[in-house]
Design a protein around this ligand. Structure first.
Ligand SMILES: Nc1ncnc2c1ncn2[C@@H]1O[C@H](COP(=O)(O)OP(=O)(O)OP(=O)(O)O)[C@@H](O)[C@H]1O
Length: 269
C-alpha cells in the first residue's frame, strides 16, 4: 500500500472561540500505480487534506488520525523529515504553474536545480536529465524549450514543466491539486493524458484533486467524494459515475456538461 489515510481530522485554532474542525474523519487507501480522484465543491476540504499529507498545514492546524506512507505514519514526523520526504517521495503539482515557477530562471535550470541540490548531479548531467524529463512530459521541441523562460511558454507547457519538476526526484506518490483548472479544455485533456501515462509507465501513485467530476472521471481508478469535510462516498470511479448512491454525487454528475457525460459514457444522473 502506497498511502493509507485513516480517520484524518483537521481543525484550525481561532483567535476567539473554539477551534473549527474542517475535515471530519476521512479514510482512504491508495495502491502503487493507482490514481485516486478526490472531488467536491469549493470548501469541501480537498486542499486541506492534500496539504496535511504533505505536512504543509500551518501551525494553527491540529491534525489527528494516521497518514501511513509506505507503512510509516508520517503525521508525527518533525518538519526536517517531512521536508526530505517532499520531492523525494511525494511530488506536488499545483493549480497555477506560473506562481510555482521562478519567472527569472530558464525552465531547464529550474528542473536542474533540484537534481544538483538533492541528487548531487553535475551541471551537465542535470541538464541532460532535465531534457529527458521535458521529453517525458511531451514538451514539443524540448532541446530548444529547455532554455525558455516561463513567460515564453503557454499555460499548458508551463504545467508540463511543473510536472517535470515534480518528477525530478523520482517520487512514488504525486499529488496534483486542481492541475488543469487554469487551462482550457483541450489543454486540460492533454495534461490529464500525460499524468495518466506517467502513472502507467512509472508505476507511481497519483492523487488527483478537482472540483470537476469530468476531470476526475477521465483518469481516476477510484474516487472519493467530499462535502464540507465529510466523506460522501468512495469507490471505483465507474461505479461512482454510473451508480452513485448519494444525492450529492448525483448533483455533481448533473453539473457535468452533457458532452463530458457522453464522453465518459455516463447516460444520466
Ligand atoms: N489556514 C486555514 N485556517 C483556517 N481555516 C482554513 C485554513 N485553510 C482552509 N481552511 C478552511 O477549511 C475548509 C476547507 O478548505 P479547502 O481549501 O481544503 O477546500 P477545497 O475543497 O480545497 O476548496 P477550494 O477548491 O476552494 O480550494 C474551508 O472552510 C476553509 O475556509
Amino acid at each position: 500500500m502506497m498511502l493509507s489515510v485513516q480517520d484524518l481530522r483537521v481543525s484550525f485554532a481561532r483567535a476567539h472561540g473554539p477551534a473549527v474542525e474542517v475535515v471530519h474523519g476521512i479514510s482512504f487507501d491508495l495502491e502503487k500505480g493507482e490514481t485516486l480522484g478526490i472531488v467536491g465543491e469549493s470548501g469541501s476540504g480537498k486542499s486541506v487534506l492534500s496539504l496535511a499529507t504533505m505536512g504543509l498545514l500551518p501551525r494553527t492546524a491540529k491534525v489527528s488520525g494516521k497518514i501511513l506512507l509506505d507503512g510509516q505514519d508520517i503525521l508525527p514526523l518533525p518538519e526536517r523529515d517531512m521536508c526530505a520526504l517532499r520531492g523525494r517521495k511525494i511530488g506536488m503539482i499545483f493549480q497555477e504553474p506560473m506562481t510555482a515557477l521562478n519567472p527569472a530562471m530558464r525552465v531547464g535550470a529550474q528542473i536542474a536545480e533540484g537534481l544538483i541540490l538533492n541528487k548531487g548531479l553535475s551541471k551537465s548531467a542535470a541538464r541532460a536529465e532535465s531534457l529527458r524529463l521535458l521529453e517525458m512530459v511531451k514538451i514539443p521541441r524540448a532541446p530548444e524549450r529547455i532554455d525558455s523562460f516561463p513567460h515564453e511558454m503557454s499555460g499548458g507547457q508551463r504545467q508540463r514543466v511543473g510536472i517535470a519538476i515534480a518528477l525530478a526526484l523520482q517520487p512514488e506518490l504525486l499529488i496534483a491539486d486542481e492541475p488543469t483548472t487554469a487551462l482550457d479544455v483541450t489543454v486540460q485533456a492533454e495534461i490529464l493524458d500525460i499524468l495518466d501515462d506517467l502513472v502507467t509507465d512509472l508505476g507511481i501513485s497519483l492523487i488527483l484533486i478537482s472540483h470537476d467530476l469530468g476531470v476526475i472521471g477521465r483518469i481516476a481508478d477510484r474516487t472519493l467524494v467530499m462535502y464540507r469535510g465529510d466523506p460522501v462516498e468512495q469507490g471505483e470511479t465507474e461505479q461512482i459515475l454510473r451508480r452513485p448512491t448519494q444525492d450529492y454525487t448525483r448533483k455533481l454528475i448533473s453539473a457535468m456538461p452533457r458532452r463530458v457525460r457522453n464522453s465518459l459514457g455516463v447516460q444520466h444522473a
